[in-house]
Design a binder for this molecule. Sequence first.
Ligand code: MHO
Length: 157
Amino acid sequence: MTEKATFGAGCFWGVEMRFRELDGVVDAPVGYSGGHVDQPTYQQVCTDQTGHVEVVEVEFDPERVSYERLVREFFKLHDPTQVNRQGPDVGRQYRSVIFSHDDAQREIAERVRAELDQSGQFSKPIATSIEPAATFWRAEEYHQQYLARRGGTCGIG
Ligand code: MHO
């Protein structure tokens, strides 16, 4: 049985690539979540008017990789102190967010966020918000595994 973990950490191309590298991650489609328009398109989300975030819906095997490990990876693969942007990509669709799928996920995400915030390893406060998972709208097919197919980097690489 696999489980889902949903993360927004800037441009979803790079986030997807990083999660797919982990053992125990069986799929990592990119999409949009947290907004107020059904079936949003990339163009709509880019306007920063729909409320959606570019996210990766990680499907993982909890016997091979823990949710906590994914959360720690999430905090490593982007700069969680940036507010409504990630590197060159600016707008609320690039904000740092963990969409938790149940109470257990929320508790782990909150514990890790608090631990990292207090650790002194970031010079600014962590801006990541933790919110209940909303509908995941799968992005257009040309955004799936984009960097694996096209090469290049995306903000965080
Ligand atoms: N700066 C990136 C954003 C793409 S990401 C799918 C670009 O090359 O357009 O938001």
